[in-house]
Design a protein around this ligand. Structure first.
Ligand SMILES: [Zn+2]
Length: 578
């Protein structure tokens, strides 16, 4: 890698000289390659007088960074970096601020989120119920009578520190009498008002609409709907399906607002299960125009949903081609499901996968190994993880998976023996702490066991390569500093302690940067602030390493950079994006 960079720099130097001094100069330097190597061209940009938390292998701290094009070319002391400046080099004085690599979420349903983002009223990170109600009122007014006010996950009422109560029908009627309202808590339940019930065809004395899960529409003793739809993802689906998405001509604006919000939150790269093609097209267009502010690594492939679909899926796997892109947009994994019936439902308490289903799972996964494809697979409950590892050990004897970075995703119930088995197989763990918003629900279901979900310290101590994601934007919130706060304190949004296996803040940051770069096959390009890597970084308003742990969740980037371009600047951002 360093060699490649060096070659690029030399070529650039020669071109620059041609531009400035013409052909004669080129001849003069033809025999002077050594001199060129010693004097690389001046950087475009210097960031100096900061605390650069490089997250390199030694976790070194530097003062300054030099950037040329989209890459970091030097990291060092203020003095060392200042010497590199040329007449056209721009400078940013960090005024002592901390800088970290751009954060990577290894698993977030980002492109799906774009299809609703502009229409959603998000409660991610909102810790006050009174504030949520104010937001509802304001949105209803802004939307106008008859328009839906809704969100699809990313929060639960247990995060409201001032008053952790569900919403009631009467209350939502009073707050927004003229708008249908649907507020979805994670994938657990939805709160509706009267206008929403009418719009969805849910009425007193009438049967439930046919596609709702039996019993999911809660009713009182007299058969009147209470405004609550409850169950799991299957129960929430019929409501989500009826909510208006953003109009096709608004999809680009919605995608833009989403990416701006992610940049503001500190995210620059994403592992994305199920890359929706209509949204991906927009991202491809931005890439061609040089204004793609997010790196998208797709986790794709259609999982068979029933035995009769297995053959089609096997054929799809055999044809699948990954790694046809570059560090802006690429396809990197088959996932996140191999055989749909063995996809653990969120909030299921335990699993005992059936042998006939595991047999099909193994046939499909065997084909994935045979095709030499990386696999990123949803595996949440202990029984499922054990069963998958049994299959993978058998597959590995026939088609070794060692170099394929097979990854188990979510793993909230993983244990030490399973981590050992994974390490032997050369596997990785994509950790998505659902408890960050679902901690209250998980404690109701799992009791004290929820304190070890996920068992972060066990995972860290196992030595396995692992990284953080959220599984946002429905199952979880998306803000990375909230995840880091959870990792260090064990507290969910709102401050309730829900997890006891906390880890140190350095390890947490490594898992959200350098190790995640490995999990998205970008360890040569991303994850740390080092010469040769892409210039994705965040300038923070507070020092992540020294701020009190309680404040980690409220750390904000003041500047976010992707590939050397400033994509978010708190000082210049228009008011509506803040
Ligand atoms: Zn999943």
């Amino acid at each position: 890698m360093p060699l490649l960079i060096r070659d690029n720099l030399d070529r650039y130097a020669i071109l620059a000289l041609i531009g400035r001094s013409g052909m004669a100069m080129l001849l003069a330097i033809a025999g002077a390659t050594a001199m060129l190597r010693a004097q690389p061209p001046a950087p475009d940009l210097l960031l100096s007088n900061g605390k650069i938390i490089t997250v390199d292998e030694r976790f070194s701290i530097a003062q300054a960074v030099a950037i040329k094009g989209d890459r970091i070319v030097a990291v060092g002391t203020n003095q060392e970096i200042a010497q590199l400046a040329g007449p056209n080099t721009r400078r940013i004085d960090l005024m002592g601020r901390a800088v970290i690599p751009g954060l990577i979420d290894n698993h977030i349903h980002l492109l799906r989120a774009a299809t609703t983002w502009l229409r959603e009223l998000r409660f991610d990170g909102v810790e006050s119920r009174a504030q949520a109600i104010d937001m509802l009122r304001a949105r209803a007014k802004e939307a106008g009578p008859g328009e839906w006010v809704y969100n699809i996950g990313g929060w639960t009422h247990q995060q409201f520190a001032d008053d952790p109560k569900p919403f009631t029908l009467e209350e939502l009627d009073q707050i927004a009498p003229n708008n249908p309202v649907a507020l979805q808590e994670s994938y657990y339940q939805i709160f509706l008002n009267s206008r929403a019930l009418r719009a969805l065809g849910i009425e007193a004395g009438a049967p439930d609409p046919a596609d709702f899960v039996k019993g999911s529409i809660l009713r009182d003793a007299r058969g009147r709907p209470t405004g609550v739809i409850q169950g799991d993802i299957a129960a929430t689906r019929p409501v989500a399906a009826r909510l208006p998405k953003v109009a096709p001509d608004q999809l680009e604006a919605s995608s833009r607002a989403l990416v701006q919000e992610m940049n503001r939150a500190g995210l620059t790269s994403f592992g994305v299960p199920g890359c929706n093609s209509d949204v991906l097209e927009i991202f491809q267009k931005w890439k061609a125009q040089g204004r793609l502010d997010a790196r998208i690594f797709c986790i794709d492939g259609t999982a068979a949903g029933a035995p009769e679909q297995v053959n089609a899926s096997l054929q799809q796997i055999a044809r699948m081609k990954l790694f046809q892109g570059d560090p802006s947009i690429d396809n990197i994994f088959f996932g996140e499901s191999v055989y749909q019936p063995l996809h653990d439902p969120m909030f299921a308490l335990k699993s005992d996968p059936r042998p006939d289903q595991l047999e099909l799972w193994r046939r499909l996964a065997m084909e994935i190994a045979k095709a030499g494809l990386p696999l990123h697979v949803h595996a949440e409950l202990r029984g499922t993880i054990d069963a998958f590892l049994d299959q993978i050990e058998a597959i590995n004897r026939q088609y070794p998976i060692k170099s394929l970075r097979w990854t188990l995703a979510h793993v909230n119930q993983i244990d030490a023996p399973q981590l050992e088995r994974m390490k032997k197989l050369g596997m990785y763990a994509a950790v998505h702490p659902w408890a960050v918003i679902n901690g209250g629900i998980m404690h109701e279901g799992f009791g004290d066991g929820a304190y070890d979900m996920p068992p972060l310290r066990t995972i860290q101590d196992s030595g396995i390569q692992w990284g953080f994601g959220t599984d946002g934007t429905a199952a979880n919130q998306y803000r990375p500093f909230t995840t880091l706060y959870f990792a260090v304190t064990g507290k969910m949004v709102g401050g309730a302690k829900v997890m006891r296996q906390t880890i140190g803040r350095e390890d947490a940051l490594i898992a959200h940067t350098r190790k995640n770069a490995y999990l998205v096959f970008q360890e040569d390009n991303l994850g740390s602030i080092q010469p040769g890597k892409l210039a994705d970084l965040l300038v923070l308003d507070r020092d992540y390493l020294t701020v009190p742990a309680e404040q980690i969740k409220s750390i904000q980037p003041v500047l976010t950079m992707v590939g050397g371009r400033i994509v978010y600047d708190a000082a210049h951002v228009p008011a509506e994006v803040r």
